[in-house]
Design a binder for this molecule. Structure first.
Ligand SMILES: [Zn+2]
Length: 474
């Protein structure tokens, strides 16, 4: 049986199922690895399928961790997937109840938590119902293949019976009971997957997995096109109360899965559920927000070069323990996330003015230009990069001194994009010491040369000059 990636609610539910498997089953982590091998689908092989939909008196090569296994006969006759569903609400507390011989109490408590007004599946089953066990048994009956009917909106594979004689056995359409915050807002749903669909039908199989949504999405869910990536990214943010995008991107980037699978973060969206209190109202409103990680940001964040330079800025911060540099690193990352690259150049300008050397900032900027501009920009960017060395390797002490004396004037002209004026000033300084302007430097004064790269080049050259001066002082 294969569960393919679909809309984010479905993805969150299947991820929730995977989380439950990991937590409750023996070798849960390995079982999950097997399940997500196919990346864009979760494959439940026959043995595992038999395990999930059989009772606890049936043996299998798979096992639930002994501390989660029911002891009472009545519970041992429930399908394991149903028992896992009940246990998943608060496994730690339930485990203790089982150990103390209070299994019934634990079951009722979890059942009520799931289906109460404040629960994730509000009134999906009436909590007043006498035979709670029977309802779980019916809800999690082994999925049957239905030949005729309507196509399920979640898996697009299986059928929903048209004349629903088994209506009480499972939910056949997506509504408030399955997701109180979303099910009701028909017509206003912010996700394109859901818009303009009058009724989302649910097949008997999807109906069961959709009930694991509470363990996949509480406040944050990272949606993607691969279950492997989704499972791992969501494990990563599991303990974050509020998502810190910077933190998340850095962690995601450095985690080996992205490098190993050469995944990019594109097509990844961050879904957040926020409760907002209203004055004079008891009930807060719940807002679901969607943040895409744009293709571009994703591309930049999987560049090992950019990440390593960002880390270098952090590293420098640790040595110097300089508050200013702390902000600097934060800023550069923020500019990358918001695709506001010109601000990196503005930062470089400010750094130079304050007598810092923005070496890594310019490195990051030129790397971004290489990624964005492709082959045709490469050559120009390389001249800009070389300008640092033209400055740093400058041997003429008088020339270095003169450039430094004029640095504020030059910086100002560069900032304002006065290419010709800058060229004139530089020419005069070089000429007065009988020095020839390096080829890489004269190249950036060409009217055809991109404005921003001219600025980056000049800042890079001046950064080099500053470092050459330092060498002299030593
Ligand atoms: Zn389905």
């Amino acid at each position: 049986m294969k569960l393919y990636t679909s809309n984010w609610i479905w993805n969150a539910s299947v991820t929730g199922f995977l989380n439950t498997v990991k937590e409750l089953m023996v070798n849960g982590e390995e079982v999950v690895d097997q399940l997500i091998k196919g990346e864009e689908y979760v494959e439940i092989e026959p043995d595992l399928k038999d395990f999930l939909w059989s009772d606890f008196n049936t043996s299998s090569k798979y096992n639930l961790k002994p501390e989660y296994e029911p002891k009472l006969d009545e519970n041992r006759s429930l399908p394991k997937i149903g028992w896992m569903f009940i246990t998943s609400v608060n496994p730690q507390a339930f485990k203790e109840k089982i150990a103390l011989g209070q299994e019934e109490e634990g079951f009722t408590k979890n059942f009520n938590n799931l289906f109460s007004n404040a629960g994730p599946y509000k009134n999906f089953i009436n909590t007043q119902i006498k035979d709670k066990k029977q309802s779980i048994l019916k809800l999690f009956s082994k999925p049957k293949i239905i030949e005729n009917g309507l196509i399920c909106s979640f898996c697009n594979q299986r059928m929903v019976p048209e004349n629903n004689s088994e209506k009480n056995d499972y939910q056949i359409s997506f509504n408030l009971a399955l997701f109180p915050d979303i099910g009701g807002s028909y017509g206003k749903f912010p996700n394109a997957n859901f818009q303009d669909i009058s009724e989302l039908l649910i097949c008997p199989t999807c109906s069961q997995f959709l009930l694991f949504r509470h363990t996949g999405f509480e406040d944050i869910f990272i949606n993607s096109t691969s279950f492997n990536l989704m499972y791992k990214l969501n494990q990563l943010v599991k303990n974050m109360e509020k998502i810190d995008r910077k933190e998340f991107l850095i962690q995601a980037q450095t985690s080996e899965m992205i490098i190993r699978n050469s995944w990019t973060l594109s097509n990844t969206e961050i879904i957040e559920r926020k409760k907002i209190k209203r004055p004079n109202k008891k009930q807060p409103i719940v807002i679901i927000t969607f943040n895409n990680i744009p293709d571009l940001t994703a591309k930049l964040f999987v560049s090992p070069v950019i990440i390593s330079y960002l880390q270098k800025i952090t590293h420098n911060r640790k040595i110097t323990d300089d508050k200013k540099i702390t902000d600097k690193e934060q800023n550069v990352m923020e500019y990358i996330i918001s695709s506001d690259f010109s601000k990196i150049l503005k930062l470089a300008y400010k750094e130079l003015k304050d007598d810092y050397t923005p070496y890594y900032e310019i490195k990051i900027y030129t790397e971004i230009q290489k990624i964005l501009g492709g082959e045709q920009m490469k050559e120009k960017v390389i001249s800009v990069e070389n300008l640092y060395y033209e400055g740093k390797n400058c041997k003429n002490g008088d020339l270095i001194e003169s450039l430094n004396r004029n640095i504020f004037k030059i910086l100002e002209m560069v900032r304002l994009g006065k290419k010709a004026q800058t060229q004139y000033t530089i020419l005069r300084i070089f000429a007065s010491f009988n020095e020839k302007i390096p080829e890489n430097l004269s190249r950036i004064f060409n009217p055809q040369f991109p404005e921003d790269l001219f600025q980056a080049g000049m800042y890079n050259f001046l950064t080099g000059i500053k470092n050459a001066q330092k060498k002299e002082e030593e």
